[in-house]
Design a protein around this ligand. Structure first.
Ligand code: NOJ
Length: 584
């Protein structure tokens, strides 16, 4: 008997709105300065109200926390700082009760050097089962062409271990030895850990650093056939034992290189679209749609049961690995004035500071996130425009406590401030006294309200998560225009949406060739406002600076009546309860 997941639709992840958060950063319930599961449970109503449908938890396992928990010391327990396994189960039940799915991390490329497997391996004789859990070598000259990922910290992918009298392989920090997938016992252990969490009812897993499982001489040790074979086995184990679960690939690669991670629909259900993200920022700064249309043109079609995961920011640096050298120089210049904002191959900043706290730019970028083909992933705090702290080490500047209210420690914790795992942001622009949930809840024009409205709107239309995409090519390249179409099948109506985004800081005119839609009526989706009927002539619109428009294309008979003379909309969708976007 398969174990049933919490979602009812096997393709639920296509319609999901994912919210990425760290338990440590969200809410502290016991005053020790560290967020925990009871704290997170107390904030679930907030997340439900925001409208997100799936929570992605960053690693919460026992760990020395030298890589924020991606250095795991025990796969099947909870870090005591965050609570107990029972607390996790309680959290999971509470999230499910609110119709939210939960995905967690499956970090299988490496463990912490404090993991008992590694400690045993160091002491065990070469060739023994214990030693063979990791990748060892008498020399550090093997796999010399393999790039170093954390190049600000590491000088080699090999580190000497005095106890073992050998080098061990690591693609990330030297305290994160890579597991040896050539040893079948490793995959067995991975499957055990995975089943442990799936049995508890977890709905999905993000597969961290998935391209690097195997090493082979003469290669870059990435995306090897053996790696795909291992992923297929993981997927088969999921399909065999469980329903309605999913796996999400973290493969920071070009779209055509990521495509194999979907297999024939028998590897990962979803993969992040890494190269799109920097190009959204680039298009905005260059006021030119080309970087976006170009990368989407290079994005291959996916099997029907698969989906791209889209994001603007996450817990890592804004990675610039998937851009050309010129583009990287441009991005550094445009988005990281202070060298302290740079780390490895990227920029460690949050969304709001990246766009100079410009509300219209924040909204514009979110409109793209919510209307491009894929599942949007929001990073905690970005819904209120939280700032960062570039004086914290590593990528920790974007991992500061959630800002709930203007009280002590932003309402995150009652601990003495010095005890917090990281200080709350305190500067005059992004500090918690200015940027916090409580203030924004009481302000109808806040970013938080806006985000909530947009999420609510997106959820009314399956076209965003499931539909096709076609770019229009108006002459004005500062305007991005695309049509999303979804034929819902025999039991639901089809949906067609025209999206426009003005990437410029100035107002822009645009003429669209919509002759194939002649006779139909575009209806602005936030206000349900009908626009002039489409004809076979060019359709002309003017867009204010950094504005976006979502227009549902309805048959003439379905469209609301034009606005009445006194300016009131003739038809108001009661279930939407959404307000006009604030254009400040
Ligand atoms: C990818 C994670 O996103 C990142 O935070 C981590 O440092 C590396 N994997 C290594 O575990």
């Amino acid at each position: 008997m398969k174990k049933v997941g919490s979602a009812s639709d096997p393709l639920w992840y296509k319609d999901a709105i994912i919210y990425e958060l760290h338990v440590r950063a969200f809410q502290d319930s016991n005053g020790d300065g560290i967020g925990d599961f009871p704290g997170l449970i107390s904030r679930l109503d907030y997340l439900q109200d925001l409208g997100v449908t799936c929570l992605w938890l960053l690693p919460f396992f026992p760990s020395p926390l030298r890589d924020d928990g991606y250095d795991i010391a025990n796969y099947v327990d909870v870090n005591p700082s965050y609570g107990t396994l029972d607390d996790f189960k309680h959290f999971l039940a509470e999230a499910h009760r609110r119709n939210m799915q939960v995905i967690i991390e499956l970090v299988i490329n490496h463990t912490s050097d404090q993991h008992p497997w590694f400690q045993a391996a160091r002491h065990a004789p070469p060739g023994s089962p214990e030693r063979e859990m990791y990748v060892w070598s008498p020399t550090n000259q093997r796999y010399k062409d393999v790039p170093i990922i954390f190049k600000d910290t590491e000088t080699s992918n090999w580190t000497w271990d005095d106890t073992a009298q050998a080098f061990y392989w690591h693609r990330f920090f030297s305290h994160q030895p890579d597991l040896n997938f050539d040893n079948p016992a490793v995959l067995e252990e991975v499957l055990k850990a995975m089943r442990f969490w799936l049995d508890l009812g977890v709905d999905g897993m993000r597969m961290d650093a998935i391209p690097y499982l195997y090493e082979r001489d003469g290669t870059r040790c990435e995306s090897l056939p053996e790696t795909h074979a291992a992923i297929k086995k993981i997927r088969a184990a999921i399909d065999e034992g469980y329903t309605n679960r999913f796996i999400l690939a973290e493969a920071n690669q070009w779209p055509t290189d990521v495509r194999p991670y979907f297999g024939d629909g028998d590897e990962c259900h979803m993969a992040f679209h890494f190269p799109l993200m920097p190009r959204i920022y680039m298009a905005l700064r260059q006021e030119d749609r080309l970087p976006i249309t170009d990368i989407i043109a290079q994005t291959p079609a996916l099997p029907d049961n698969c989906q791209w995961g889209l994001f603007l920011r996450n817990h890592d640096e804004l990675t610039l690995e998937m851009v050309t050298d010129d583009e990287r120089d441009y991005m550094y210049l445009a988005y990281s004035a202070d060298p302290r904002m740079r780390i490895n191959v990227g920029i460690r900043r949050r969304l709001a500071p990246l766009v100079d706290n410009n509300r219209r730019r924040i909204e514009l970028l979110n409109s793209l996130l919510l209307s491009f083909p894929g599942t949007p992933i929001l990073y905690y705090g970005d819904e209120i425009g939280m700032g960062d702290n570039i004086y914290l080490g590593d990528r920790n500047g974007v991992r500061t406590p959630m800002q709930w209210n203007p009280d002590r420690n932003a309402g995150f914790s009652t601990a003495v401030p010095a005890r917090l795992y990281f200080p709350v942001v305190m500067d005059p622009i992004y500090g918690y006294q200015t940027i916090n949930v409580e203030a924004q809840l009481s302000d109808q024009s806040s970013l938080l309200h806006w985000t909530r409205n947009m999420i609510a709107l997106r959820k009314l239309f399956q076209v965003f998560g499931r539909g096709t995409l076609e770019f229009l090519s108006p002459e004005n390249r500062k305007v991005l225009a695309y049509i999303r179409c979804y034929d819902g099948g025999p039991n639901s109506s089809s949906e067609t949406v025209l999206c426009l985004a003005n990437l410029s800081r100035f107002a822009q005119p645009v003429q669209l060739n919509l002759a194939h839609l002649a006779g139909r009526v575009p209806v602005e989706m936030l206000g349900y406002v009908p626009f002039p009927r489409i004809t076979d002539q060019p359709y002309t619109l003017s867009l204010s600076p950094y504005s976006f428009l979502w227009l549902e294309i309805l048959d003439g008979s379905e469209a609301p009546a034009p606005n009445t003379a006194d300016g009131e909309a003739a038809i108001i969708e009661p279930e939407l309860r959404i307000t006009q976007p604030n254009q400040t």
